[in-house]
Design a binder for this molecule. Structure first.
Ligand code: UGA
Length: 441
């Protein structure tokens, strides 16, 4: 099949590449000329395991190409994806400017019957708005072309995006016509083998499914962070509690890890957007507000522990920070807990030495050069002359440090484990003080 995709961010680029991988001819469109030029040469704008070789192979095979021209997209394909960003507006609701601009271009350049697929995370009712915008453009042009709009939200995780896309656990199709469902079924057939993954519904339910999934996961995390805060105060170990409740299959082990708070481009934005959607229709989503509030506090929790340990005396102290990305296997620092911690440490007069396996360039882009920040080339270098170590992101490379070497390097002899990746006894037996999240120490 011939497919065009508007937007070459995480979602668009990964989706386009995976669709090309199974034999489709995919044209990816972006308004950023430099990005398109780079992609044509195999330069991938994001760090995502497995993506680069796949982009290169499919480009070389002639199945994947890139352009800035909307007209080309509508000439190339009769299935057109909208996969542009929906950043938060000033009040936290999703900003649909980019989605509606693409809808306008689609209407402007449509030449033959086209199926428009909404993949961006968009508030309920957006498919209807996209439909209206396209119809308006066609009317303005005085042409009558058949088109349909379906909602097909994505569920890929950064760091696992290629795997999630190639082997989805569900494919949500929100459609208003049988014909649209059948065409989507055909497109997704290579990803829908062995058992049925398609869940077909109306467009509004599909749009809400996406928000509900992210809000549910964010709720699990905030719930667990709240339990960790209680555990800390009553002298219990949340890690034991986590295993105790996770063993109940109705609860499950995944997404109940307490930590430094959830970040990234999705959970914070989507929880907020759903809350705003609810408010706009006169419903107060109390649970969602609490999920957000707990997370905001949790992002400041590590600093509270550090400050308490040093009796509020952080001026002139040097803190080593391992991990900047919002989670492992990505260079993405959007809404990362590390950013909240850095701002708090700087405000308190501390100097910081940072290391992240992939996010150093991103950190430089965000913070530039400053006297109270040293960019380090290794986790070991970050420890040089530091008083304390704080682990903010649980990269595998940080899981088994030499604790004796750590104790020798750290002036203040203290480790703050923001992801509970260490055994407190092992850390303490090396002569280091240990602080985790919700572990009573
Ligand atoms: C999330 C969802 O998991 C995807 O299904 C969804 O498609 C995506 O958003 C999206 O809407 O595009 P992602 O933001 O890449 O994916 O990251 P997650 O792996 O879900 O992690 C989010 C945050 O939660 C991270 O900061 C992570 O450290 C934190 N987290 C996760 C915890 O603190 N505890 C946990 O138990 C799990």
């Amino acid at each position: 099949m011939r497919v065009s995709i508007f937007g070459t961010g995480y979602v668009g680029l990964v989706t386009g590449t995976c669709l090309a991988e199974v034999g489709n001819h995919v044209l990816c469109i972006d308004i950023d000329q430099a990005k398109v030029d780079g992609l044509r040469r195999g330069v991938i704008p994001i760090y995502e395991p497995g993506l680069e070789p796949m982009v290169k192979a499919n480009t070389a095979a002639g199945r994947l190409s890139f352009s800035t021209e909307a007209a080309e997209a509508l000439g190339h394909a009769d299935i057109v994806f909208i996969a542009v960003g929906t950043p938060p507006d000033e009040d936290g609701s999703a900003d649909l400017r980019h989605v509606l601009a693409v809808a306008r271009s689609i209407g402007e350049h449509m030449q033959r019957p086209t199926l428009v697929v909404d993949k961006s995370t968009v508030p309920v009712g957006t498919a209807d708005r996209v439909r209206a915008v396209i119809a308006g453009e066609l009317q303005r042009r005085g042409v009558d072309i058949d088109f349909d709009v379906v909602s097909n939200p994505e569920f890929l995780k950064e760091g696992d995006a290629v795997k999630d896309c190639m082997r989805p656990d569900r494919i949500i199709i929100g459609a208003e016509s049988e014909d649209a469902v059948e065409r989507m079924r055909g497109l997704y057939a290579p990803f829908n083998r062995n058992h049925e993954r398609l869940v077909v519904m109306d467009t509004r339910s599909a749009e809400l499914t996406k928000y509900a999934a992210n809000a549910m996961l964010a709720t699990k995390i905030s719930f667990m962070n709240e339990i960790a805060n209680i555990a800390e105060r009553v002298g219990a170990d949340v890690e034991m509690v986590r295993q105790g409740i996770g063993s109940d299959p109705r609860i499950g082990y995944s997404f109940i890890y307490p930590g430094a708070g959830y970040g990234g481009s999705c959970f914070p934005k989507d929880v907020q957007a759903l809350e705003r959607t609810a408010r706009q229709i006169g419903y107060e989503a109390r649970l969602l507000s609490a999920v957000e509030a707990v997370n905001d506090d949790q992002k400041r929790h590590l600093f509270a522990l550090i400050s308490r340990h040093f009796d509020g005396q952080l001026r002139g102290r040097c803190i080593a920070l391992w991990g900047l990305a919002f989670k492992p296997n990505t260079d993405d620092m959007r809404e990362a807990p590390s950013r909240t911690l850095l701002e708090q440490l700087w405000a308190a007069g501390a100097r910081v030495q940072v290391f992240d396996p992939e996010a150093m360039d991103e950190a430089r882009r965000l913070f530039g050069e400053r006297a109270d920040l040293r960019y380090c080339e290794s986790s070991g270098q970050a420890l040089e002359g530091a008083d304390a170590l704080v682990v903010v992101t649980e990269w595998k490379a940080f899981w088994s440090p030499d604790f004796d070497a750590l104790a020798a390097a750290l002036g203040g002899k203290v480790v703050f484990d923001g992801r509970n990746i260490y055994d407190p006894d092992q850390v303490e037996s090396a002569g280091l003080a240990y602080y985790g999240i919700g572990r009573g120490r």
